[in-house]
Design a protein around this ligand. Structure first.
Ligand code: SAH
Ligand code: SF4
Ligand code: F3S
Length: 458
């Protein structure tokens, strides 16, 4: 909380201590992390988190624009809050996140939903206390948007559940993949200084964190905007050197920017998780070109070969989209072929969604919904069958698991992740929460594994 204007925080506390809030988060890890910061600020101001908007004093929706369905959910939610507010007159409604960064979506919300009290963006979370105070004094919507990122948001060292934390290292995106709205919401690429990042991680370690996930839309571009150039691989070495950090994750990597230096890190840095999320999007060179991805399927296979040469058992995950404009049956077969060859441990699959303002939205040959749906189902079947086999391959092995918490569905069990990011459930043992623990994998299904702690023989 250093460097933040504590005067406003204190004033909100005086007015609102004991008030309740519901925070709803849509979208990717960036948004999840931003929500952690919002939560930290609200908790500091004396607010208390609850589940039921009917009972709340403040409802905050952190929005995502990436697909039409994400925006639809948000619009529906804001609409429902109008009725909640009729019964619960003191409810304050705040809307933030990526949708609010785009003028078109923001104007739509402001015009359609006058019951929204506060609108802010992704670069001015630290101003929330001021915005709450302004809204206390006003009947109209308070709107505050910053186009470029503010380092003040980074001074909200977000609290973590358990022992794992997200850390921003690079903001925005310069890639302009033709389907994607993110460069229009999160702006141009800008890197945080290594000193800042390391300071935050050291503070998190003090707070009990031993696993970090370095965040950015394209972490491989890290350092290009810094005065003193630092590569992403160099940053990984620095983070690796911090005592108290046991495991390092990062997301997301663009295949065109995976350097040999980064691949070498998998051989040099044992704390680097045995996992890489490497979105491929499509297995067809024609589609990849139309998407402006700057690599071919052959380039991608080469990368995977190099990675597996350094870490033969590395877990790989990806994002894949079906139904990009102009995608033919043959293109789609190329995607299925790529999936079979790479054999992903996990894949996030999407149906292409038209986003206004992007180049793909005005492309001809949009694929009909029925074809998109059919391809999506075939892709899912393929992806899940491989995933199940990948999980089964681990049965009988011993994996280092970092346990986080009690399992959601069974409080006699705890959950954690392997270095390859697979979810593992094992009988609860309070001593093992937050510690790397060897676990013998005894079973599981397509989405999680079951295991037993291996106790050291004395
Ligand atoms: N920066 C990350 C991805 C951010 S968005 C990267 O480049 O890998 C996460 C995923 O959403 C993308 O990888 C893509 O598969 C999917 N996505 C983005 N725009 C989309 C759209 N218009 N329709 C469907 N899926 C989309
Ligand atoms: Fe979107 Fe492409 Fe940037 Fe990822 S790299 S955020 S998919 S434009
Ligand atoms: Fe969505 Fe914004 Fe993330 S558009 S995917 S929340 S960067």
């Amino acid at each position: 909380m250093q460097d933040l204007n504590t005067e406003f925080i204190e004033r909100v506390r005086d007015m609102h201590e004991g008030d309740t809030y519901v925070l709803t988060t849509h979208g990717c890890q960036m948004n999840e992390h931003d929500s952690e910061k919002i939560k930290t600020l609200l908790d500091t101001m004396g607010f208390r988190e609850i589940d039921d908007e009917n009972e709340a004093d403040l409802a905050i929706i952190n929005t995502c624009s990436v697909r039409h369905s994400a925006e639809d959910k948000v619009i529906g939610h804001i609409g429902r809050l109008k009725h909640v507010k009729k019964k619960n007159k003191d409810l304050k409604v705040a809307v933030c996140g990526c949708m609010m960064q785009r003028k078109e979506s923001r104007d739509y919300v402001l015009e359609t939903f006058p019951h929204v009290d506060i609108v802010f963006g992704t670069n001015n979370i630290h101003r929330l206390p001021q915005l709450i105070l302004e809204s206390d004094d006003r009947n109209t919507t308070v709107v505050d948007i910053e186009q470029s990122y503010s380092n003040l948001d980074n001074r909200i060292f977000s609290k973590v559940d358990g022992h794992s934390a997200y850390v921003n290292i690079i903001y925005g995106c310069n890639n302009f993949c033709t389907y994607c709205i993110v460069p229009y919401t999160r702006g141009r690429e800008i890197s945080r200084s290594p000193e800042d990042i390391l300071e935050e991680i050291e503070a998190l370690v003090e707070d009990g964190v031993n696993e970090v996930t370095l965040l950015g839309q394209n972490v491989n571009s890290y350092g290009k905007t810094l005065e003193e150039k630092t590569t992403f691989a160099e940053l990984l070495h620095m983070v690796h050197a911090i005592d108290g950090i046991d495991r390092i994750h990062f997301t997301t990597s663009h295949p065109k920017d995976v350097s040999d230096e980064l691949i070498a890190c998998y051989g040099e840095l044992p704390k680097l998780a045995n996992y890489l999320h490497l979105p491929v999007q499509s297995g067809s060179n024609d589609v990849l070109r139309a998407m402006n991805r700057h690599y071919t399927r052959e380039d991608y296979f080469k990368l995977i070969d190099k990675l597996r040469a350094v870490r033969p058992d590395i877990s790989l995950s990806t994002d894949i989209m079906v139904g990009f404009p102009g995608e033919t049956d043959e293109d789609f077969e190329d995607t299925l072929d790529l999936v079979r060859r790479v054999r992903y441990d996990n894949a996030f699959t999407f149906i292409y969604s038209r986003r206004e303002g992007t180049r793909a939205d005005v492309m001809e040959n949009q694929v009909p919904k029925s074809i998109k749906d059919e391809r999506f189902q075939r892709l899912l079947d393929e992806v899940y069958a491989i995933q199940r086999e990948k999980y089964e391959e681990l049965h009988g092995t011993v994996q280092d698991v970092l346990f986080d918490s009690i399992s959601k569905n069974d409080d006699s069990m705890m959950s954690g992740r392997t270095s390859g990011f697979k979810l593992v459930h094992a009988p609860y043992d309070a001593d093992r929460i937050g510690k790397l623990t060897p676990v013998k994998i005894t079973g599981g299904n397509t989405f999680s594994l079951r295991g037993e702690i291996v106790h050291a023989t004395k």
